[in-house]
Every structure is written in C-alpha cells, then in structure tokens.
Design a protein around this ligand. Structure first.
Ligand SMILES: NC(=O)c1ccc[n+]([C@@H]2O[C@H](COP(=O)([O-])OP(=O)(O)OC[C@H]3O[C@@H](n4cnc5c(N)ncnc54)[C@H](O)[C@@H]3O)[C@@H](O)[C@H]2O)c1
Length: 316
C-alpha cells in the first residue's frame, strides 16, 4: 500500500509514518516544516519520500498524492491561542489547505482520506463524555477550522464519492511533541519543566480536565480508519474515555520524576475549554479502536523519551 501523510514531520504525523514504515508500506510525506522537524523522520528518512511544501499549494499536494492509496491529512496550524491571535492564517492553512487536500485526493482517486479532526469542535458543551451525536459548538478559530475540515470531507463523500473518515483526537501526548513554547501541548511543557527543574505554568486553577491520549493509540486509530469497512463519511472520537485534571498530572509527574516543584498559576487562556472526555464506543465498534496504552504508562514512556532527547533550555 502507498500512503501520503500531510504534516508527517510533526508530532503525530511522524509517529504515524514510523508505524507505516514498520508495517512495510511506502510513504510520501508532505510537510512545510513550519511546526514539524526533519529530525522527527531521521530513523526512516531513507525509506520514505519527503516533499517539503505547503498544502496551500495545490500542485505540490497533487504531486505528493500521485498513486497514493490512502491520504492521512494531519498538516495544520495546531495552536488554539495562535488561532485567536491570527484567525486568517489558521483558516488559510486549516480550511483552504484542507480543501486543496480533498480536491487533490479526489483527482488522484485515492481509496480514502483520514482527516485529523479535533475534540475542540465540541467547545463548551457541558455534557460529558462527549459523543459524536452532540452538536459541535467550537469556541476558537482553531476549533472552527477543524470542524469545517470534517464538513468538507463529508461533502466530498456526498458530491464526489471520496471516502473519508474524520478522527476527533483528544489531547494527544507522547514522544516528539514540541515543548518549545507556551502554545505547546501542556504535558510536553510540564514534563520538560520537571526535567529542567523549572516551574511549570498552569493557565487557570489546574482543576480543568482532559482526556489525555498517548500517541500510540492515535497512530493505531489512524491506520484502522484507512481500511475499516463502514467507517466512511463518519466522525469518531479518539481518546481513552477517561479524564484527569492538570493538578493530578502534576502530582503524577512528581512521583515519576521524584521531584517536587510548585506550579505557577496564571489566568486562564481565551479559547481553552474547561473539561474534556471522549466517549469512544463508536470507534471501538466500527474501527476496532482499542486504546491499549493507559495514561500513566504513556506518561512514563514520554518522560523516558524526553530524558533521552530533551536538551535543557539555557534559561532553565
Ligand atoms: N496534538 C493534539 O493533541 C491534537 C488534538 C487534536 C487534533 N490534532 C490535529 O492533529 C494534527 C497533527 O497535530 P500535531 O500535534 O502532530 O502537531 P504538529 O504541529 O507537530 O504537526 C503539524 C504538522 O503540519 C505541518 N504543517 C503546518 N502547516 C503546513 C502547511 N501549510 N503545509 C504542510 N505542512 C504543514 C507542520 O510543519 C507540522 O509538521 C493536526 O491536524 C492537529 O490539528 C492534534
């Protein structure tokens, strides 16, 4: 099989590419390296085709999808706070870029497109856990852009017969997540703070909760979604079905690292939601999704990875 992975040099994309290569398939990665890094692909670099380019350029997207069986579309501007600051740029990449991906996939007659959607589509709907039947109500430009991507994917199914699956990932964490800025995934920032002996910053009171999902579970979902019968045109939650507060994760990190560091509590950020938890029954039944790596195990593995790969910042 031949896979094309947009955003394949990023955190989730590169972990997905590793698994595709491990299974013996061929992969073309399209990434503009605006957020990802070529070094994320170092272990598989001579086994894949890498194209540096943007999904906003449809000719490059067409080149990347030539003869592809499956497209995994993960390229995006991924930061919620940045989308609040610059909604036009988020829309240009996440909405216009996704449209290019769908047009190019349709024209290349790929078997299916799997779209990296997001739990942020749910917004502040109070009910937990979130089920796919709930009405999405995003509260950030990023959330809107991800929801529009799902709608476009489904419309391409209806209008052009393009098979599509959207996976709403819930707060993914694991090796290669970039801890480099206040916009980065919260666990990557917390872990590197603990390793550096620096103070982690919590936005809000720390009692907000998330369904943190280890990346290996998401990779499994991505590859199941390519082939699962009966999945096309559908949206699936990809989480663990549980949730944990930020304060609880800090206590766990104290246990894992053997360090005790008091967090700094700053005001909550605009666009951030309070609680999040996935109902994963639909993905279990139709995709055969089974999140095998539990939160604490994932946290330990992620700490081990950062211990081996993270270079402390000069300021720490
Ligand atoms: N990490 C999470 O918790 C999470 C949750 C929900 C959804 N998602 C979605 O999963 C996908 C992957 O996220 P990630 O966490 O790996 O982030 P990431 O930033 O590590 O990966 C995104 C990749 O897309 C690339 N990219 C950005 N703009 C591009 C463009 N115009 N053309 C080509 N490539 C471009 C970046 O260089 C990067 O490699 C994204 O679509 C994101 O919205 C992530």
């Amino acid at each position: 099989m031949r896979y094309a992975v947009t955003g394949g040099a990023g955190f989730i994309g590169s972990n997905t590419v590793d698994e595709i290569v491990r299974r013996g398939h061929s992969v073309v990665v399209l990434d503009d390296l605006s957020g990802g890094k070529e070094e994320n692909l170092a272990e598989v670099r001579n086994k894949i085709t890498f194209i540096k380019g943007s999904i906003t350029d449809i000719e490059i997207v067409r080149k990347a999808f030539h003869e592809a069986d499956y497209v995994l579309h993960l390229a995006a501007r991924t930061s919620v706070p940045r989308s609040v600051k610059d909604p036009i740029e988020t829309s240009r990449v996440n909405i216009d870029g996704t449209l290019n991906v769908l047009v190019a996939a349709r024209d290349a007659r790929v078997k299916r497109v799997v779209f990296a959607a997001s739990s942020s589509a749910y917004g502040e709907t109070a009910e937990l856990p979130k089920t796919e039947a709930m009405q999405p109500s995003p509260i950030s430009p990023y959330g809107v852009s991800k929801f529009v991507g799902e709608l476009y994917a489904q419309v391409f199914g209806r209008c052009y017969g393009l098979e599509n699956v959207s996976l709403r990932y819930f707060n993914v964490f694991g090796p290669r997540q970039d801890p480099g800025s206040p916009y980065s995934g919260v666990l990557s920032r917390f872990i590197t703070c603990f390793l550096d002996g620096a103070q982690p910053v919590v936005y809000g009171d720390g009692e907000q909760s998330r369904d943190f999902t280890y990346v290996e579970n998401v990779v499994q979902a991505n590859l199941l979604a390519c082939e699962a019968p009966g999945a096309s045109g559908k949206v699936f939650n990809i989480g663990t079905g549980a949730r944990i507060t930020l304060n609880q994760t800090l206590r766990l990190l104290e246990q894992i690292t053997g360090k005790s560091i008091a967090a700094k509590y700053d005001p909550p950020r605009e666009g951030d939601i309070r609680d999040s938890q996935a109902d994963i029954a639909l993905g279990r039944s139709i995709l055969g999704y089974d999140p095998r790596v539990a939160f604490e195990e994932g946290l330990r593995r992620t700490c081990d990875w950062y211990r081996a790969h993270h270079k402390p910042s000069p300021a720490a």
